[in-house]
Write a protein that binds this ligand. Structure first.
Ligand SMILES: [Zn+2]
Length: 289
């Protein structure tokens, strides 16, 4: 019997199947991401606690920025409305220039609407990205001691960031998180949206993950650390993804399957090498678990 646990409220729910995790991955009461465990014994073994020194991830920071500008938009809207109301009052009481604040108020209100809307839309997008990262991090916490989770890794000179990098006895893993909605078909490293209305090829998370894996390997080489390969994984947060043809260099898995996949692999790194890799990547990550 599997469980979903909210560590913030100290609540837990028993679930029948892993599928239920797709419906409830955040706590109803506090909104924290839930931890999925196969049994309580597994929960007792989880040693990875939230690091105190965690910096905001890129997604979280951007979401916060957009909410700030959304609030700004609302303030302008309110200011515009007050100005227009005051202007109307002045006009009614016979003040000749009363029309000026009315016009200014209307302009303010008109400008604030698209600003507020665009920020809310983008804010929701980034917030979703941040929640997805938390869900995957919570799944990765089931990895036993000896595995290290580095979140939001931004290598020097790279434009994008990597959602998660895991380093442990079975090697180095780059995990790209994707939560597309709709039905997807994957053929090798090509991804196709296959909905009733839209059928098209989309940007491939597999190619992104493989590119990131290559970037990590290269970065480590510049630090004189050589690994034979870095594994690429796409953690896919949506139920509807059909894999027609497996890409042997990039696995596509549900987030809660990722720890098993990592642990099942062949041992390839000794403790001291794991430490050297983590130390080289540490300062480029916003969080290390
Ligand atoms: Zn909660």
């Amino acid at each position: 019997m599997a469980y979903l646990i909210c560590e913030n409220c100290n609540h837990y729910w028993q679930i029948k199947s892993e599928e239920e995790f797709w419906v409830f991955h955040t706590c109803d009461e506090c909104g924290s991401p839930l931890l999925y465990v196969k049994n309580f014994n597994e929960y007792r073994k989880i040693t990875k606690d939230v690091p105190e020194s965690s910096r905001k991830t890129q997604n979280q920071g951007k979401a916060d920025n957009y909410w700030r500008s959304w609030r700004g938009g609302h303030l302008i809207l309110i200011a515009g409305a007050l100005m227009a109301a005051a202007g109307i009052l002045l006009t009614v009481t016979g003040t000749a220039w009363g029309i000026t604040p009315v016009l200014l108020g209307i302009i303010f209100m008109a400008l604030s609407v698209p600003l507020g809307r665009a920020s809310a839309r983008r804010g929701i997008g980034w917030k979703k990205g941040y929640e997805d990262e938390l869900i995957v991090t919570n799944c990765l916490r089931r990895l036993p001691q000896g595995y290290h989770i580095l979140n939001n890794v931004q290598l020097p000179g790279a434009d994008g960031h990597m959602d998660h990098v895991v380093v442990g006895p079975t090697g180095v893993y780059v995990i790209e998180t994707k939560s597309y909605s709709g039905n997807y078909i994957v053929k090798g490293d090509r991804w196709f949206l296959n909905d009733e209305l839209r059928k098209e090829e989309v940007r491939s998370p597999s190619i992104q993950a493989k590119r990131n894996a290559a970037a990590i390997k290269e970065f480590l080489e510049t630090r004189d650390i050589y690994v034979s390969w870095v594994n690429a994984v796409v953690a896919f947060l949506s139920a509807s993804c059909t894999i027609m043809e497996e890409d042997e260099h990039c696995r596509i898995l549900k987030p809660c399957q990722v720890p098993e996949h990592i642990m099942e692999s062949r041992l390839m790194l000794g403790e001291s090498k794991v430490k050297r890799i983590v130390d080289a990547l540490r300062k480029h990550a916003s969080e290390v678990w």
